[in-house]
Design a binder for this molecule. Sequence first.
Ligand SMILES: [Fe+2]
Length: 300
Amino acid sequence: MTLIIKRMHPHFFAEVSGVDLATSFGSDILTEVVNAFAEHSVLLFRNQFLDDESQIAFSERIGPLEKNITATFGNSRPEISKISNVNVDGKVLKKGSDDEIFLKGNSVWHTDSSFKVVPALGSALSAREVPPVGGETEFADMRAAYDALDDGKKQLIQDLTSVHSFIYSQRQMNSDGRYNLTAVMSDEELEALPPVQHPMIRVHPESGRKAIYVGRHASHIVGLPIEEGRALIKELNEFATQPEFVYRHHWRTNDLVMWDNRMVMHRGRAYDPKYKRVMHRTTVAGHVENNPWVVRKQVA
Ligand SMILES: [Fe+2]
């Protein structure tokens, strides 16, 4: 069996057909999937009838999985993260509730788990129920954005490190002062997520391609005054999410999309909250190959 791979955007994002991810398909096919992932950064598989067990089984073939940062949302397994506007009782989240604001954070450009010491390599999102309109996910190719930077900017960020903080990005959701994060996550869960440092350029280990690494969790830049660093992060976020680097995916039920968090950013788009949007995510843990800060910490 050979996969059919159709590129959907000039820079990245490919639709892959010819494989049923719920089965234990052969290692030759897995190699094709991994190679396509390295080349296109985001892969779409349509008509994948996955439950949590089969989604975990497929994702673990890519690599070890992260565990959830919170037990709040009633996930079936710690490896499954529900991205959903439906609560544990099956009801749609109330507008303005803490859970709804927490979920809304996904609408800001980000890369998953960049607030962790070892950020995510890849995410796989399975669409279990989608609204008839809206609720798309947009992806930005941070490799193409890096390539398009002028040489001066490439030089400037080459050796810079930014601080990524879960608390910082959550604070940005609290513009009216009514969001209570501790209603969503326990003190222990929050204490497990102190600020961390990551290079502002990630290098793909196989292709050697470079990508800008910023997003909503990036708070400031080591060695620069806070506001100067924030201005540079904002500039890079805006540069990288210009239309030429962005692809918008319109979900169908039973789509599975997997993306490389080192090479792309993403955000969810708005939809009418009267509709349910239920997505289940598995997250492949990353490596620390090009983060001297993490390596130093581990040695210490
Ligand atoms: Fe995300």
